[in-house]
Design a protein around this ligand. Sequence first.
Ligand code: PAF
Length: 281
Amino acid sequence: MKTINTIKEIREIVKEWKSKGFSVGFVPTMGYLHEGHKSLIEKASLENDKVIVSIFVNPTQFGPNEDFEKYPRDLEKDEALCNSAGADLIFAPEVIEMYPEGANTLVDVEGLTEGLCGEKRPGHFRGVCIVVSKLFNIVAPHRAYFGEKDAQQLAVIKRMVKDLNFDIDVKGCPIIREEDGLAKSSRNTYLSAEERIAARVLSRSLRKGKEALSQGERDSDNLKDIILQELHSEPLAKIDYVEIVDSSTLKSIKSIDKPILTAIAVFIGKTRLIDNFTFEP
Ligand code: PAF
């Protein structure tokens, strides 16, 4: 398995693979890979002849007060994980390779990006869409794999792929959790030992929500209150949002009579964590 840094090289390799009739799976990441990413790479390698993982901490999706500079990075460890999960190639470009001077094109997906994380992190999804569309054009894969933990990101990318006619099959893959329920995330490494324990409250609150739904609760305000009550029980948790939305439009709903996405974002100390579940009545 090789790591390459230039667009020219990756294009040549993919061209050669495609000329031999190989299918190409793609897993875009920002590195500091964990079991969640591993599951995406493994799925990609089951479904494709060749698998490319990109590792690029994308500056355009971070707000001015966010953690771009301190976002964790460890290429050597990432290479080992990619290798063991069955990747064939890592694409790890420098910022200047992806955004040469004068780069000025924006990609906005309207309608799905105003609420949830989009409201709390203005410009975030624009940055995600810019980099993912560039990566899609560079790698030109047959299939691309994204985690369902970033449920809004997945919905936005699926919309973008449809709207811009990318000939790529976008696949969502289930959330991978720690034993105590915390969704795996590169940002979990920011948590102190005390915060790590407190972070269990995210999955616990969602579990309470799921239980209420399975007992027949169909009012989104009541469901939200149940989740909020659990989150409030943890003194280290500062709630960013708890939203119950239509899973296809991502708009708030009152009565739970169609498929929903229940999504939460919570600060544990300074670390912002997200989690979610979907439910079909
Ligand atoms: O989910 C991520 O890690 C990033 O948002 C992505 C899709 C790699 C774009 O930078």
